[in-house]
Write a protein that binds this ligand. Structure first.
Ligand code: NDP
Length: 296
């Protein structure tokens, strides 16, 4: 399986599709990552806050795929923002992953109530980049106002902004901002996972069950998940679907042999509800979400 790649704004190549491991339990992470590597994935998206960097690293070390062929992306959690704290956050993540260099290190969230601390964290990422400890740096869940304020002081334009993007929540303004500034948009919940996470609010409708999605899937002989991944890729976005099941991990990478038509893309574009599944950016504060990340 050959996965298309994107060239980031600093020339680094990144596979367009990777495996996400949010909510993948410790004891299932190694098997999921191992299956993904066997099935052709060369990009894993984890985070300090997911508590499974160690198992991601172990799976990569135990696989037959050389380290330099796997693109490792991880995230600094808000409790490690601040210049020295973020440098130490890198040390913790690198030690848990068991690697010297991280391919893409991003800030997990803006911290609007303490944006100075967010900016200091980003300066630490710039230092790690200059020292070659990371190959690319970026952000996640940054809205237009956060990116604008960041670009005012940053020396390095973020390579990636990882955002909640599925047909029910498309965030077009921030996607356009990224396109305009050379920041690659990367979709989290690319198959709409957050529209059906258990316990995330009653009355939600899974985008995988939307008649528009299932109709397009039927027309191509593909699954709804594959249609949503194609939709993201054809819009020029990186996608990082999560699964712990081997058959779905295989299904989710099997998306490079068909194309959605312009009409189909337009149909999916029209499903936007404007309703965010994740936390409102302003609600992300240290008081509410600032749990500590353990030492390595
Ligand atoms: P996804 O859109 O990837 O959906 C994952 C859910 O879909 C799981 O419940 C999975 O269950 C199920 N699933 C996977 N494949 C299929 C399939 N082919 N058919 C039907 N169901 C399927 O949602 P996520 O929210 O997990 O997002 C993906 C990744 O994005 C995360 O793992 C994480 O790496 C990142 N992320 C980042 C965030 C951020 O704030 N930066 C926030 C949230 C996610 P099962 O495992 O049982 O197959």
């Amino acid at each position: 399986m050959t996965v298309q790649t994107f060239t980031l704004n600093n020339g680094v190549e990144m596979p367009a599709l990777g495996l996400g491991v949010f909510q993948t339990p410790h004891d299932e992470t190694k098997a999921a990552v191992t299956a993904a590597l066997e099935l052709g994935y060369r990009h894993i998206d984890t985070a300090a806050a997911y508590g499974n960097e160690r198992e991601v690293g172990e799976a990569i070390r135990c696989s037959e795929v050389p380290r330099d062929e796997v693109f490792i992306e991880t995230k600094i959690w808000i409790s490690d923002y601040g210049y020295d704290e973020t440098l130490h956050g890198f040390d913790k993540s690198a030690a848990k992953l068991g690697v010297e260099q991280i391919d893409l290190l991003i800030l997990h969230q803006a911290l609007p109530s303490d944006f100075e601390r967010t900016l200091a964290a980003y300066r630490a990422l710039e230092k790690l980049l200059a020292e070659g400890k990371v190959r690319a740096i970026g952000v996640s869940n940054f809205m237009v106002e956060h990116l604008t304020a960041l670009l005012d002081t940053a020396f390095v334009v973020p390579a990636v902004n990882q955002l909640e993007i599925h047909p029910y929540f498309q965030q077009r303004a921030v996607l356009d901002f990224g396109d305009k500034h050379g920041i690659l948009n990367q979709a989290w919940s690319p198959i709409g996972g957050i529209t059906f996470y258990p316990g995330y609010g009653e009355g939600r409708k899974s985008v995988l069950e939307d008649a528009a999605v299932t109709g397009i899937a039927q027309a191509h002989g593909k699954s709804p998940a594959q249609v949503l991944l194609r939709w993201g890729l054809q819009h020029g976005r990186s996608v990082i679907p999560k699964s712990t099941r081997r058959e779905r991990i295989a299904e989710n990478i099997d998306v490079f042999d068909f194309e959605l038509t312009v009409e189909e893309l337009t149909t999916l574009d029209a499903l936007d509800t404007g309703r965010r599944g994740g936390p409102e950016p302003e609600a992300v504060t240290l008081a509410a979400y600032g749990r500590a990340i353990p030492e390595a």
